[in-house]
Design a protein around this ligand. Structure first.
Ligand SMILES: Nc1ncnc2c1ncn2[C@@H]1O[C@H](COP(=O)(O)OP(=O)(O)OP(=O)(O)O)[C@@H](O)[C@H]1O
Ligand SMILES: O=c1[nH]c(=O)c2[nH+]cn([C@@H]3O[C@H](COP(=O)(O)O)[C@@H](O)[C@H]3O)c2[nH]1
Ligand SMILES: NC(=O)CC[C@H](N)C(=O)O
Ligand SMILES: [Mg+2]
Length: 514
């Protein structure tokens, strides 16, 4: 199976490029812009895409790919910064533009220059595209032609032609991957299917078949341990691995004392029908002891990540591999392994892992987004109730009791959160939001209850809409509903006298508070 490699120059839209390609039915992966040519060859790519990026190709901090990518014999499409890389590589010039373009622009496809229409623009009329650039091509590279223009960039789309046509190198100043570029997906499809000749055969089913082979060849006859949480990702990962290696899979569910109310029991009940071999480990003591008096979010996350691995290691008998349900957003936000993107927070299962580990990782979902994992789960026949659960982070309530943890504060949060989730379900709102939870703030406020002054904790409710957790908007829950939840929590949960609703989107906030 050929994949498309996206070389990441740090664009905010890099993941969107990969997504759009998969929506077309072609598998794609993102690698850092400077991945060496030998590594690129190992992926056996059917096409390369160079992403946009914040730098300028003529600046001191310009990022350059391995130049030999242009000799691989596979078609290359550069987007924005990627176009500018192509233009300079082939002898053209890029300079700062007197007029910048951000947002909507009108694309004029060049059909009048006597040459044949570009295959890239087949079935694409003059239409709206989305721009985000301050530089532009000012001198064409030799052996290239202009195939489209916009008001502020005359050389808005270029491609190798004439004696260089066989190179199949294309560049676009606009971003075809964003929804506002009306024919963007059609354009990507023209590039991948018509020009690169790829077959759109990526589907949950083909993904599963491919992964089953990969897992079998990695694991061989070895036994494998899998951290399972009752969440969507680890359940799908465990079912997939158990399909591949059967009884050699041993699942461990860690009760880290940071779970929701009665969660451990509920999860064991839900997972039982899947027929997996699961050990429940009670590690509350260990986690809470190690987290005692730790207030910094990053420290909490790292301690939790390490403790998970220690607990897994205690459970190992002859296992050599650890399966995790790590997803793409966990990876991209934790470490900048995939190019020049920034570390936002250390997800416990990626940035929180200890430096030395006895176990080797198997992470079959590492390149997928949540909605794709759900589609894979559906194909595997996993129950909708499990697949549609809200995500729950591995560090659990530790990142929702802000500041230092105590068992008492965890319990206050558990009781409040239970009411919130119960009411969401009762009102048919649970499935309408992507994730919902409560956060116990390290703040006390004054209240009056039964004529008495109170000085108690403040709780924040958070509910968001999202498709992959990368961006999110706060959910506009009905006011009557919020009022009912607030009332119940203040009346029923000892220790809370005020409830607030979080109305921040991601970005600039994140979904969790820590
Ligand atoms: N309590 C736990 N016991 C064992 N492993 C866990 C636990 N919590 C998290 N993990 C491991 O960490 C991985 C990442 O957690 P994460 O919350 O992202 O995924 P998930 O729990 O499987 O799914 P979801 O995002 O839907 O909650 C899990 O896939 C699992 O391998
Ligand atoms: O397994 C996990 N381990 C973590 O360390 C972690 N941190 C955040 N999350 C979940 O990821 C999504 C995005 O969260 P943020 O906007 O807070 O980064 C949201 O769904 C969060 O709940 C985590 N999941
Ligand atoms: N979005 C981009 O790739 C921007 C590229 C380059 N920095 C410019 O401003 O033109
Ligand atoms: Mg989880």
């Amino acid at each position: 199976m050929h994949s498309v490699l996206v070389l990441d120059f740090g664009s905010q839209y890099t993941q969107l490029i990969a997504r759009r390609i998969r929506e077309i039915g072609i598998y794609s992966e993102i690698v850092p812009y400077n991945t060496p040519i030998d590594e690129i060859r190992q992926h056996n790519p059917g096409a390369l895409i160079l992403s946009g990026g914040p730098n300028s190709v003529y600046g001191e901090e310009a990022l350059h790919p391995d130049e030999r990518i242009f000799d691989l014999g596979v078609p290359v499409l550069g987007i924005c910064y990627g176009l500018q890389v192509i233009a300079t590589h082939f002898g053209g010039e890029v300079a700062v533009s007197p007029k910048q373009e951000f947002g909507r622009a009108q694309l004029l496809v060049n059909r009048q220059d006597g040459s044949a229409e570009s295959m890239l623009f087949r079935d694409i009329p003059d239409s709206d595209v989305w721009m985000s650039h301050g530089d532009k091509v000012v001198k064409m590279p030799e052996g290239f032609r202009v195939t489209a223009s916009s008001a502020n960039s005359e050389m808005c789309a270029i491609e190798a032609s004439g004696s260089r046509a066989a190179l199949k190198v294309y560049g676009l100043q606009f971003h075809p991957e964003v929804q506002h570029s009306l024919y963007g997906k059609q354009l990507l499809s023209n590039f991948l299917i018509d020009i690169a000749g790829l077959t759109p055969d990526w589907s949950p089913k083909s993904f599963i078949e491919h992964q089953l082979e990969e897992i079998r060849s990695t694991a061989g006859d070895a036994t494998v341990i899998c951290g399972i949480s009752g969440g969507v990702d680890s359940t799908v990962a465990a079912v997939l691995v158990s399909r591949a290696i059967g009884k050699n899979l041993h699942c461990v569910f860690v009760d880290n004392g940071l779970l929701r109310k009665n969660e451990a029991q509920k999860v064991m009940d839900v997972l039982r029908p899947l027929g997996l071999r699961i050990t429940l480990v009670d590690a509350e003591e260990t986690f809470l002891r190690r987290l005692k008096s730790v207030a910094s979010p990053e420290n909490k996350r790292k301690i939790i990540g390490r403790t998970f691995i220690h607990i897994f290691e205690e459970q190992i008998h002859e296992e050599k591999f650890l399966v995790q349900g790590t997803l793409y957003p966990d990876v991209i936000e934790s470490v900048s392994v995939k190019g020049p993107s920034q570390t936002i927070k250390s997800h416990h299962n990626v940035g929180g892992l200890p430096k030395r580990m006895k176990l080797k990782l198997i992470e079959p979902l590492r390149e997928l987004f949540k909605d794709e994992v759900r589609a894979v789960g559906r194909e595997l026949g996993i129950d909708e109730d499990i697949l549609m659960r809200h995500p729950f982070p591995g560090p659990g309530l530790a990142v929702r009791v802000l500041g230092s943890l105590t068992r008492e504060r965890l319990d206050i949060l558990r009781n409040a959160d239970e009411i919130f989730l119960e009411e969401l379900k009762k009102h048919g709102l649970y499935q309408q939001v992507w994730q919902a939870f409560s956060v116990l703030l390290p703040v006390q406020s004054v209240g009056v209850m039964g004529d008495k002054r109170t000085y108690e904790n403040v709780l924040a409710l958070r509910a968001v809409e999202s498709s992959d957790g990368m961006t999110a908007d706060w959910a506009h829950l009905p006011h009557d509903f919020l009022s009912l939840v607030s009332n119940r929590i203040i009346n029923e949960v000892r220790g809370i006298n005020r409830v607030a609703y979080d109305i921040s989107s991601k970005p600039p906030a994140t979904i969790e508070w820590e």
